[in-house]
Design a protein. Sequence first.
Length: 165
Amino acid sequence: MSINKVILVGNVGKDPVVRYFDKGVAKATFPLATGETYTNQQGETITSTEWHNIVLWRALAEVAEKTVKKGAQLYIVGKIKTRSYVDKEGNNKYITEILADTMLVLEKKQVQNNIPDSNRNVTTDKVGPSEVNEPGAPYQPDAGQGGPFNDIPGGAGQSEDDLPF
């Protein structure tokens, strides 16, 4: 048995780039930064940042197009996928991506419990999920219904992971 599952909470590095392919299939891509802060033996605070290439398909890509902006904090669940391509000079290149199947936009909430009026507009780092950005069920083409994969060898049962782009 094996498991390929990734859970990330991080900040969006650029606005999503959304492309539409044949039959209206949408693909959104954007970088997501996650960070780790620690104190070394000399007492210095060290912050390291990892950048992740996020890929969203179909309805989730369309949600990202409308709601995700640079700097937004996101909760992402997906799987790691590495693919290769040949660049303009003929060199083989590899890229590791996170194919997300769940995305929630996290937002800072205001806390107003027993806070004096003079401090009432101060926001805290309390985080909660946005109510409008929960993804729907994954797209499942009906067999024989002219789904987006019927023109690709393998037919309607083929997954988005097998697309050549």
